[in-house]
Design a protein around this ligand. Structure first.
Ligand SMILES: [Zn+2]
Length: 199
């Protein structure tokens, strides 16, 4: 796995953290490339919408038009098959949230390379949202692949930092992807209800 930083030589502490996360979760979660991109695209026209996100997973099935030149150079590398791109916003986040974002994207890589069904997760997530305390959650962030990535990110963070620290952190900090106070508890309940065959 190549961990690349832009500008070159920046974010070395974050690069170490990515390595530690990948070492923790195992070889099946090791993309060919991780790009820590210190550029800010929030006000840049003419780049793919993904660059407005906090992070994304890319492989050769995805487009390479409207991509900044230093990212295009990585995508065109014949050794680059699976890349996790991390934005400056992700790089400047708290350590816990940074690890969450990294683990979430690594899980998207795992989903694409392992082809397991998320039908039961979809069903369980819909059932759970009928509970009184979760009725206010929006439907937008509830795609099964995203929920699966968040469940994986949560359990990775719990292993990495300890469950108590994670509970404490999300009592005061909301997740950018679904900034609702009930969402971490929803994920924990969903994880209990759903037993994916791959875990
Ligand atoms: Zn995602």
């Amino acid at each position: 796995m190549d961990i690349l930083t832009y500008p070159v030589g920046s974010y070395s502490e974050r690069a170490d953290l990515v390595n530690r996360v990948v070492d923790l979760v195992g070889a099946e979660y090791r993309p060919t490339h991780v790009l820590l991109d210190g550029e800010d695209y929030s006000k840049t026209d003419g780049v793919l919408e993904e660059f407005k996100d906090i992070a994304f997973y890319w492989n050769r099935d995805h487009a390479i038009n409207s991509v900044p030149s230093h990212v295009l150079a990585v995508m065109k590398d014949v050794a680059c098959h699976h890349m996790v791109w991390l934005s400056r916003r992700a790089l400047e986040e708290d350590e816990i949230l940074f690890v969450w974002i990294v683990a979430h994207e690594l899980r998207h890589f795992f989903q694409v390379t392992h082809h397991f069904s998320l039908a039961s997760l979809r069903q369980e997530s819909q059932n759970l949202r009928r509970r009184q305390q979760y009725r206010g959650l929006p439907s937008g962030p509830m795609a099964p692949a995203e929920l699966d990535s968040d469940i994986f990110a949560m359990s990775t963070c719990e292993t990495f930092f300890g469950k108590a620290d994670i509970n404490c952190y999300f009592a005061r900090r909301r997740l950018p992807r679904c900034p609702f106070t009930s969402y971490p508890a929803y994920l924990q309940d969903l994880q209990q209800l759903w037993n994916p065959s791959t875990q």
